[in-house]
Design a protein around this ligand. Structure first.
Ligand code: ADP
Ligand code: MG
Length: 632
């Protein structure tokens, strides 16, 4: 008896607060949503010390009278629903009536509000959940809330907060996403006295996309005008074409019924729309707005309301994918009409009888011929595949010329030249790669694999991972002998950063400089990259640099050595021959020869295998020839 006690109100609030108020970012999200719910068209967010010191949000929305202001801080007090059915018809973000009391429980809060029908405003104060007073004050219509010393009464929680710069970055990203979702609202974000964002004068989604991602994005925007895709279901989207991608899903932005949410289902549908356009491990940049009937949604699955469940998503999914696919493919086809055939997305090397392969889009059938210039048949190099390496020496020159042919881009030709430049075997027919003796070449499979043999059996070598490993070790070796590995760019590359990336860059600018990136500020969240680490291909710089910043932002303690390695790995990957590249015998022999020199011939720097071996013993087994007795 007597062991069970009711918690006092501040303690209960503190516990409940844990669910809604995880960190400064979640406070900003709740308050921002309240301001949007209040119908504001100007919201100013000010933060200090990563939001722990101060979060101040000012809006020109409907405001509250004194009575409501007091009620707003009662748990389960909300103006947004009255009964449980209402949550199925929600038009607003809030409905739990939990945010304000939760925030007030773990900080010092002052809220000042004045509604349109009143002559005076009111100010209310709480500290650690304890009411400290309500007074009349003069105030313009709208609401200002100040949250100070977040978690001052929860030291354990405070200790686990991320660094201030991380939090500022994340808050900046959140505000930017809302700014994209609500082009009719002006958002202003001030962090530690500096204006990080002000969308004044940016009145369309397109203008705001450019503001956030830089002017390069403008021509890549594929807009989907608002359309009904099912009964009461509306879709509107801005998809960014596959030329600009990211290495994480952070820029896949979804608004459902006006709230910024995460949804594994929507993510999947979006990525399926981009399927085959974007390489594995890369993710699109896209803003997707969905309006669904209230009963289609279960918004109540997550206290912070960041995750939602869509009922009967299986019916919605194919419609979404179709919309995304059609829009992207249409954009892609118009663009590709001007590209050399091997760069056309989805292009397959033609088989003789297949030059009129049909590409189907929604209503129209377009023949491959219309899209791309006629493709010359297999390269002339075919017959040289099995010439002897002894004479190959002299064919190198001819080969170099034939690479300029239509099937090869300049970049491919350059990479092929690189293979040639490297030491070529003279009379050696056989190479010995670690643990694999006397390898001889048989040919190339599917323009992607080198087929070779030795006494033990058949060897299948992935030409890309093989070359990647060779380049990686070469770069590493050069790296160790060189103090600086910077390569100046003739034309500097402009990059436009999100607030989060910006704060990461500022934090790591010296590390990046040591790695070879010379970066110069060029306006708000905009930089010029003047020099890059040696070996990185210039055309990929922007994406690579942003990926690097995202990696830096995500991981806690990345050492310079780790980053350096990452740069070398990328440089090797970019520089290596790809799958679907035809290699001649000389090139294949060179690759094998170089592979014989590397330390680790088994995996590429990403850890993918290089060689697959099928032993004679296995072959005998497969073909039921009894056991292999060795060479006769
Ligand atoms: P919820 O948003 O779930 O209703 P909150 O605790 O966030 O719960 O807010 C409680 C109530 O306070 C809201 O329902 C709304 O009526 C009022 N409110 C909160 N913020 C504002 C604001 N910025 N402007 C006008 N009213 C507000
Ligand atoms: Mg709310």
């Amino acid at each position: 008896m007597g062991r069970i006690k009711l918690l006092d109100r501040p303690t209960a609030d503190k516990i409940a607060a844990g669910e809604v108020v995880e960190r400064p970012l979640s406070v900003v999200k709740e308050l921002l949503e309240n301001s949007i719910d209040a119908g504001a068209d100007f919201i100013e967010i000010e933060i200090r010390d990563g939001g722990v010191g101060l979060i101040r949000i000012k809006d020109n929305g409907c405001g509250m009278d004194g009575e409501d202001l007091q009620l707003a801080f009662e748990r389960h007090a909300t103006s947004k629903i009255q009964q449980i059915q209402d949550i199925y018809q929600l038009e607003t973000f809030g409905f739990r009536g939990e945010a304000l009391p939760s925030i007030a429980a773990v900080a010092q809060v002052e809220m000042l509000s004045s509604s349109a029908g009143e002559d005076v405003g009111h100010k209310i104060r709480f500290s650690g959940g304890v009411f400290e007073g309500l007074e009349e004050v003069a105030a313009p219509h709208g609401t200002v809330i100040e949250v100070r010393n977040l978690f001052y009464n929860l030291p354990a929680r405070r200790k686990f907060l991320k660094s201030n710069s991380t939090e500022v970055g994340l808050i900046g990203e959140l505000v930017n996403k809302y700014a994209l979702g609500y082009p009719e609202i002006r958002f202003k974000l001030i962090a530690n006295g500096q204006i990080q964002l002000d969308t004044a004068g940016l009145l369309t989604t397109e203008e705001r996309l450019v503001n956030l991602y830089g002017s390069n994005i403008e021509k890549l925007i594929v807009p989907l005008q608002r359309r009904e895709i099912g009964a009461g279901q509306y879709l509107e989207a801005w998809l960014i074409r596959e030329e600009m991608t990211r290495n994480n899903r952070n820029q896949e932005i979804f608004f459902v019924n006006g709230r910024l949410i995460k949804s594994a289902e929507l993510t999947q549908a979006l990525e399926e729309g981009y399927y085959t356009l974007i390489a594995k491990g890369r993710f699109p940049i896209a803003l997707v707005k969905l309006q669904l009937p209230g009963q289609d949604l279960d918004v109540n699955v997550h206290p912070a309301k960041t995750e939602i469940k869509i009922n009967r998503f299986d019916l919605l999914q194919p419609k979404l994918v179709e919309q995304f696919k059609d829009a992207l493919w249409e954009a892609s086809i118009t663009k590709n009409a001007f590209l050399p055939p091997d760069q056309v997305v989805g292009w397959q090397p033609p088989k003789a009888e297949q030059t009129e392969k049909k590409v189907e889009t929604k209503e129209k059938i377009i023949t491959q011929k219309e899209i791309v210039p006629e493709i010359k048949k297999e390269q002339v190099k075919q017959e040289k595949l099995f010439t002897l390496p002894a004479v190959a020496e002299q064919t190198v020159q001819e080969e170099a010329i034939s690479y300029q042919g239509p099937l090869f881009t300049e970049k491919q030709a350059a990479i092929k030249q690189e293979i040639k430049k490297s030491e070529t075997p003279k009379q050696e027919w056989k190479v010995t790669v670690k643990e694999l003796e006397d390898i001889t070449l048989l040919g190339q499979l599917n323009n992607s694999f080198i087929i070779a043999q030795n006494k033990q059996g058949l060897l299948i070598i992935d030409q890309h991972t093989c070359h990647e490993r060779i380049l990686y070790e070469r770069f590493m070796a050069e790296e160790n002998n060189k103090a600086s590995l910077t390569e100046g760019l003739l034309i500097p590359v402009t990059v436009h950063l999100t607030p989060q990336q910006d704060s990461v860059l500022i934090k790591h600018i010296f590390t990046l400089r040591n790695l070879g990136f010379v970066v110069e500020n060029f306006g708000e969240r905009c930089y010029l990259i003047r020099s890059i680490p040696f070996g990185l291909q210039a055309e990929e710089i922007e994406n690579f640099f942003i990926d690097l910043l995202d990696d830096l932002g995500r991981s806690k303690n990345v050492s310079q050595a780790t980053l350096k390695e990452k740069i070398l790995i990328t440089a090797s990957c970019k520089g290596a021959v790809k799958a679907n590249w035809k290699l001649n015998e000389q090139e294949m022999l060179t690759l094998l020869h170089d592979l014989a020199q590397v330390e680790n011939a088994h995996t590429c720097p990403h850890g993918r295998p290089i060689i697959y071996q099928i032993s004679m013993t296995e072959l005998y087994k497969i073909f039921k020839r009894g056991s292999y007795q060795g060479e006769k």
